[in-house]
Design a protein around this ligand. Structure first.
Ligand code: TYD
Length: 205
């Protein structure tokens, strides 16, 4: 059995990625693939505990970056790597692009330090495909307001999300072969059509 594919979804809070992720999992399963849907921070018991702290406990930027990567390390070792080795397709709701966008762009944390942590923690494990749900932060804020109470990230102001979006745009520009930018302002059916196109273009199913 070959190695499974590693696909991530990214975007600012409120871009609508979670619903489309479930649809993609279903689409892949209908084509006979074994699929694992997981998320970051989280995915394992330890990483889910770190997620609670990250979302609700005030902390400084370095602590935040270290906890994000600690959660990622546990997730990779315990769940993602074994699944890929077993031939399972892994769909992950956020991964390291989120760290460069939120901790790097949003918080202004040193990108060179993040790149060093990325190397230590991942040892080259990168997604093969990243679906970036790109959305104007003002539109995303409207969608979030209609949802549940904000966590430490969702409570940030518009300027923070402008920087996060710029962080994603920079990651996309640096890895154009891996990234697919989706217009997340479009109706859900149109966004889904863009995802299906991306999968078909790669002949992955
Ligand atoms: P999210 O994945 O959007 O979950 P939900 O849809 O349930 O809110 O929330 C996770 C938050 O964590 C999100 O605001 C972005 C943030 N985050 C980082 O700041 N850095 C990271 O590396 C990751 C993976 C997430």
């Amino acid at each position: 059995m070959g190695t499974g594919r590693f696909i991530t979804v990214e975007g600012i809070d409120g871009a609508g990625k979670s619903t489309q992720l479930q649809a993609l999992a279903q689409w892949l399963r209908e084509r006979g693939l074994q699929v694992l849907v997981t998320r970051e921070p989280g995915g394992t018991a330890l990483a889910e505990r770190l997620r609670e702290l990250l979302l609700h406990q005030p902390m400084d930027a370095l602590t935040e970056a270290l906890l994000v990567f600690a959660a990622r390390r546990d997730h990779l070792v315990q769940l993602i790597e074994p699944a890929l080795a077993a031939g399972t397709t892994v769909l992950c709701d956020r991964y390291t692009d989120a760290t460069f966008a939120y901790q790097g762009g949003g918080r202004g944390f040193d990108a060179a330090v993040l790149a060093q942590l990325e190397q230590w923690v991942q040892r080259g494990r990168e997604p093969e495909l990243t679906l970036w749900f790109d959305l104007d932060p003002a539109l995303a804020a409207g969608r979030r307001a209609a949802a549940r109470a904000a966590d430490r990230f969702e409570a940030q102001d518009a300027a923070f999300f402008d920087r996060v979006r710029a962080g994603y745009a920079a990651r996309c520009a640096a890895a154009p072969g891996r990234f697919v930018r989706l217009d997340a302002a479009a109706p859900p059916a149109t966004v889904w059509a863009q995802i299906e196109d991306a999968m078909r273009a790669r002949a992955w199913s």
